[in-house]
Design a protein. Structure first.
Length: 87
């Protein structure tokens, strides 16, 4: 928790500094949203594959599903680098 100068002068008094917490929270949430936006195309690709399997357009197979996921994860890693999700 971020505290103000008053709290550092008096050990027994904890006065929160909401303006600091708000700015830190906003930056953190903006970073989280931007990272999530980078993953949307890959999530959509996985969703489309699952929809095609459920519709019967693609054969239901654990091996094929594993290969698709492996290729999608490799593509995500190649395009996003350090921003790619780690499992």
């Amino acid at each position: 928790m971020v505290t103000s100068l008053v709290a550092s002068q008096h050990d027994s008094v904890q006065v929160p500094a909401p303006w600091l917490a708000l700015s830190e929270g906003w930056v953190g949430s903006a970073h989280a949203v931007s990272r999530q936006m980078l993953h949307w195309p890959f999530d959509a690709l996985r969703d489309q594959y699952a929809t095609a399997v459920r519709a019967g357009l693609i054969e239901r197979s654990l091996i094929a599903s594993s290969q698709f996921e492996r290729k999608t994860a490799a593509l995500e890693q190649a395009l996003l680098g350090s921003y790619a999700r780690q499992v």
